[in-house]
Design a protein around this ligand. Structure first.
Ligand code: PLP
Length: 392
C-alpha cells in the first residue's frame, strides 16, 4: 500500500528553508569550485572528520545549491538521502558500478531505456552479467540466479508502460537479500513512491517530470544512507555531478511537480480513452485503461498513470509519419514530462540504426507512436489528434 500521498505543499516546501546567510526566500546559486577554510587548523579538523562543517572543500564533492535540492528530493521520495547526478544515465551507471562487482548478476526488465540495457555490454567487460527478463514478478522470480545481486526495473516501462508488481518483487527478493532498484521516472513520487513499497533505491531521470520544462539534464537517486553513501563516493571519482545552475532550475521545477503531474495524469487518461475509441488506431497502451495488461497492478500501486500514451496507428511507416507530421501541438522530439507535448515514431527515435526485423524483435514496429503529454489543454490536444487522424 502507498504510505503517503505527496501534494503541492510538499513540492513547494519540503526540505527547504530560507537561506540563513542571506535570508533570500529562494536558494542562492553558489558558483564556487573550491570552498575555503578560515585557517589551517580548521582544514586539519575537517580532514580528520572532527569538524561540524558540512560543506566539502571542492565542488565535485558537494555544493550548497545542489544539497538543498537533494533534501527536497529525499523528502518527496520518503528517503533518508538523495543524490543528484549530471544526468539520469549518470545515476544509473554510477549506481551499478558502485554496487556490483565481478561475478555478480543483475536482472533487468525488458522494455527499458535502451542505454540502460546497452550498459550491460559494458558491465560484461568487468565480469558482471546482465539478464533481461519480461517486466513481470514471475519472470523476475524465474530469472534469479545464485549470484543475483540486484533487480532493476522501470515503472512504468518505456514504451509499453508495463507496471511490475513491486510488492511481489520485494517479497521475492527479500529472503535472498537481492537489492531492488526502481527507475520511477515515468511515475514520479506524485503517482508512486517505490521506497514505501520496500524497494531499496529509486532512480529518476530528473530531466523529465522533475525538471518539467524540457530545459535541463539531471538525474537523482534516493534511498537509505548505507546505499547512497558508496554511490556518492564513486560519483566523486567518476565526476558526473549536477552543477548548481541546473540544480536551481530543477528545484524551481519541482515546486510545480504536483500541479503538472495532475494535469498530465488527466490528459493521459483522456487522450488514451480517445485514441482507444478511434477507428484509425489499432491499439493503445496506457496503464489507466482496463485493456492494459497491468491495469490492476497499476491501480493498486499508483495514484495516477502518467502523461505518456503509446499506440499503434492503423497503417504502415509512411502513414504513421504523415499522421505525426500533421499534428500542430506536439513537437517531434524525444523526452517526456515537460510542459510541451512531445511525440515520436519510436522506430526512428532511438532504434533507427537497427534493421526493421531487429526492431520488430525488440517489440518496436513501424507504426508505434509515443506521445508524452505536456500541460496544454487536453481538449486542444484531442482536437489536434482528431484533425491529424482524419486527414492522414
Ligand atoms: C526511464 C529513463 N531512465 C533514464 C533515462 C536517462 O536519463 P537522462 O536522459 O537524464 O540521462 C531516460 C531517458 O530518456 C529514461 O527515459
Amino acid at each position: 500500500m502507498k504510505k503517503r500521498d505527496i501534494n503541492s505543499t510538499d513540492c513547494v516546501h519540503s526540505g527547504t528553508e530560507p537561506d540563513s546567510a542571506t535570508f533570500s526566500l529562494n536558494p542562492p546559486v553558489v558558483h564556487s569550485a573550491p570552498f575555503s577554510f578560515p585557517n589551517t587548523a580548521s582544514l586539519v579538523a575537517f580532514a580528520e572528520g572532527r569538524s561540524d562543517r558540512t560543506q566539502a572543500e571542492y565542488g565535485r564533492m558537494s555544493n550548497p545549491t545542489v544539497k538543498g535540492v537533494e533534501k527536497r528530493l529525499a523528502a518527496l521520495e520518503g528517503a533518508e538521502q538523495a543524490q543528484l547526478f549530471g544526468s539520469g544515465m549518470s545515476a544509473v551507471t554510477t549506481m551499478l558500478l558502485a554496487l556490483l562487482g565481478s561475478g555478480d548478476h543483475i536482472l533487468l526488465t525488458s522494455d527499458s531505456y535502451r542505454r540502460t540495457r546497452d550498459f550491460g555490454v559494458f558491465l560484461a567487460k568487468f565480469g558482471i552479467e546482465m539478464t533481461v527478463v519480461a517486466p513481470t514478478a514471475d519472470a523476475i522470480e524465474q530469472g534469479i540466479q545464485t549470484n543475483t545481486k540486484l533487480v532493476f526495473t522501470e515503472i512504468p516501462t518505456n514504451p509499453y508502460l508495463r507496471c511490475v508488481d513491486l510488492e511481489k518483487v520485494v517479497a521475492i527478493t527479500r529472503k535472498p537479500g537481492i537489492l531492488v532498484v526502481a527507475d520511477s521516472t515515468f511515475a514520479t513520487p506524485i503517482n508512486l513512491r517505490p521506497l514505501d513499497l520496500g524497494v531499496d533505491l529509486v532512480i529518476h531521470s530528473a530531466t523529465k517530470y522533475f525538471g518539467g520544462h524540457n530545459d535541463l539534464i539531471a538525474g537523482v537517486m534516493a534511498g537509505p544512507e548505507r546505499l547512497i553513501q558508496p554511490i556518492s563516493e564513486l560519483l566523486m571519482t567518476l565526476g558526473g555531478i549536477c552543477d548548481p545552475n541546473t540544480a536551481f532550475l530543477l528545484g524551481r521545477g519541482l515546486k510545480t511537480l504536483s500541479l503538472r503531474v495532475a494535469r498530465q495524469n488527466d490528459s493521459g487518461q483522456r487522450v488514451a480513452e480517445f485514441l482507444e475509441g478511434h477507428p484509425r488506431i489499432e491499439k493503445v497502451f496506457y496503464p489507466g485503461l482496463p485493456s492494459h495488461p497491468d491495469h490492476g497492478t497499476a491501480e493498486r500501486l499508483m495514484k495516477g498513470f502518467g502523461g505518456v500514451v503509446t499506440f499503434l496507428v492503423d497503417g504502415d511507416f509512411d502513414a504513421t509519419a504523415r499522421f505525426i507530421d500533421r499534428l500542430e501541438i506536439p513537437r517531434i522530439a524525444p523526452s517526456l514530462g515537460g510542459v510541451e507535448s512531445l511525440i515520436e515514431q519510436v522506430a526512428i527515435m532511438g532504434f533507427w540504426n537497427l534493421p526493421r526485423e531487429e526492431r520488430e524483435s525488440l517489440g518496436i514496429p513501424d507504426n508505434l507512436v509515443r506521445i508524452a503529454l505536456g500541460i496544454e489543454e487536453p481538449e486542444d490536444l484531442i482536437a489536434d489528434l482528431t484533425q491529424a487522424l482524419s486527414a492522414s
